[in-house]
Design a protein around this ligand. Structure first.
Ligand SMILES: [Zn+2]
Length: 87
């Protein structure tokens, strides 16, 4: 699984829509990729904040920002590529 694949699945993770196999794949990616782990945690925190304000949808703008940030980091550190190569 690559970082972009992981990020595409992020919505479903937060909605608990994933089946066990996909979730296991994501956990494997998280184990190797700190960047995605950080993004996942940040996203969960953000969702909590929004829920407190009774807004359930994450704004597209925020999602794009998170996505850009993680992809930038992955490119810089090459962690994403290493994780992909290890699959
Ligand atoms: Zn990643």
């Amino acid at each position: 699984m690559t970082c972009s694949e992981f990020l595409e699945l992020l919505d479903e993770v937060l909605d608990n829509k994933l089946d066990a196999a996909v979730r296991a794949d994501m956990e494997k990616h998280l184990y190797r990729c700190t960047n995605c782990e950080v993004v996942l945690n940040a996203t969960k925190k953000t969702i909590e904040i929004y829920r407190c304000n009774e807004v359930y949808e994450m704004p597209d703008e925020l999602r794009t920002k998170l996505h850009d940030r993680i992809m930038e980091k992955c490119k810089k550190t090459k962690i994403g590529e290493e994780a992909e190569a290890a699959e």
